[in-house]
Ligand binder design. Sequence first.
Ligand SMILES: [Zn+2]
Length: 537
Amino acid sequence: MKVEFLGGARTVTGSATLLEKGSLKWLVDCGMFQGGKEIEKRNHNTRSYRPETLSFILLTHAHIDHTGLIPKLVREGFQGRVICTQATLDLCEVMLRDSGHIQETEAEWQNRKSKRSGGKGASPLYTVEDAEKSLRFFSPVKYDEVISLNDGIKVRFQDAGHILGSAIIELWVDEGGGEKKLVFSGDLGNSGQPIVRDPSWIKEADLLWLESTYGNRLHKSREETLRELLKIVQEALAHQAKVIIPAFAVERTQDIIYTLGQFIREGLIPSIPVYIDSPLAISATEIFKKNSDYFDRETEQILSGGDDPLDLPEMIYTRTTEKSKAINEDKGAGIIISASGMCDSGRIKHHLKHHLWQEQSHVVFIGYQGEGTIGRRIVDGAKSVRLFGEEVAIRAHIHTLGGFSAHADQKGLLEWLSHFENSQLEVFVNHGEEKNSLELSHLIHEHFHLNTSVPQWREKRTFFVPEERTLPEKEGGEVTPSEETFHTLFRHLDRNFKRLRKKLRSMRSKGEIVQDPRWLEKLGEMNRKIEEMESEL
Ligand SMILES: [Zn+2]
């Protein structure tokens, strides 16, 4: 089978893998590239996704960096099924529409700008209408059920514990010579995260795609993070100040609501006004409430005790822009949760402009801040940032709370990987900034002695090709290898060398190769053979 790494390869965003078995083609995830002009150019060229020839798209979860290009593919002729869990479908309904809206607004802004400079107009990547059309292709499945798809392909979704409805995808592909198993970790959650369950363990796979967002980092513990947040809220209450929390609309916002509710239920803080200032976060919270069957045991217990874990005594939803602007006129202590989580767009920018220069205010970062974003600059200690064409000084208290992450950290990723029982597993480390992926890949090789690599963007690989291959014969009996065969053979050679080295090292460490005359002779002979090969080359 053939694989092309279309996204999330040495980057965090744009997750997509194209798989091909004979004439059947499908994708696992179909994410949008985010985080700066250069990388976002990739969103405009989706020819290599071959939308009209795809039979289906399997989705690990609803985040835009895993789903955001679906409406574009539908516009370009995709007619297959989009297979995901029900909660992913519900979240995609609001998130893809919202994404269509953002694309339209951005194109309008670009157009106004280029008109002024006499340039050409821009058309949106896709529209709200395209997003709505794409929803017709969605087909929900349950966790833990093995589902047969076209041509001997089977799939199973298991809880990834990252956001509501997130899944690890197990894929069985009948390759003629036997069934092979592929596993896509998707984004893996942090164990102990509220609302969602812990990530499921997988025991077997031939090929594994493993995320590495925090492949080189360790999170602070959740308990420590909760203590820090509690202290910040108490300080804001004492000084009648505001706490600004830039948060992703899905999962992180609900996680904060849940945590503040926990503080109030335990009597640690009095009730405080909490503004949910993001229409998307409001809709997402409603979807969470509708899908309570995805909740973990602790959240179910709060529900059955008669409390709503996703509600607060003074929760204020602000859907309209007018109401959002009015928040900054409210005096006194309060918490403003707003999107986008990396501060590059949305209403959070207004709140930052209003509060960053005020010494009493607190800005609390609880999620990943991508390279090149305003959030990253603030976290990295900038003295000022540019917001709406104005330089705003940073005097507020800036906090970064690592324990709210919806991603497993380095330890969590290695822990999850340790549940695989087969030693022949080959791992592709993806969904991470290059240095994080490389570090995790190196660690996996050290700890588990597995064959690992960090694929490049648009790298193509072929797997499970029968060992004996006949090369096509040209007239006159001369053999001409095709480019593909050549690459396959080369890769086999490379892999055989690696295997040999691994085997030798493991035999030595197990004491199977010993310092006796028989082994001295054997090792000498092997060295001679390798030298012979080298001189032949
Ligand atoms: Zn995600």
